[in-house]
Design a protein. Structure first.
Length: 124
């Protein structure tokens, strides 16, 4: 094989699509949170979201069930860990809440925020 030939990147078909939770006032909290991150953090989370879309259902270490139809996408970022809490609605992963994790256990406040937003969705 010619060493100057680069093989095309494999294209993976999406199994599910990511959708941002939108509050009644039109705000998309996870999208806004993602925009506030560094370029490196955005790249890592973007790659992990792409993996979620193409490999669902997926388990640890990327995704963990939190029960009550809530999942946690776990991303390792420089100097820490980022989490995006989501629920499944049909063939969509609805991103409910994102945060930088500062403790071993997922904070109750973050779980409550995600549950509240999930309840705002129809048919949750």
């Amino acid at each position: 094989m010619n060493s100057n030939v680069v093989a095309p990147k494999a294209k993976f078909k999406k199994v599910i699509s990511v959708q941002f939770y939108k509050a009644s006032n039109g705000v998309e909290p996870v999208r806004n949170w993602l925009k506030s991150l560094t370029k490196t953090q955005k790249k890592i989370l973007g790659e992990d979201l792409k993996t979620l879309e193409t490999c669902w259902p997926i388990g640890m270490p990327l995704v963990r069930s939190l029960g009550k139809r809530l999942w946690e996408m776990r991303s390792n970022i420089p100097n820490g860990a980022a989490r995006i809490l989501f629920t499944m609605k049909g063939s969509y992963a609805v991103l409910l809440h994102g945060f930088i994790k500062k403790s071993q256990k997922t904070p109750q406040k973050d779980l409550e925020t995600a549950h509240k937003r999930a309840k705002d969705l129809e048919d949750y």
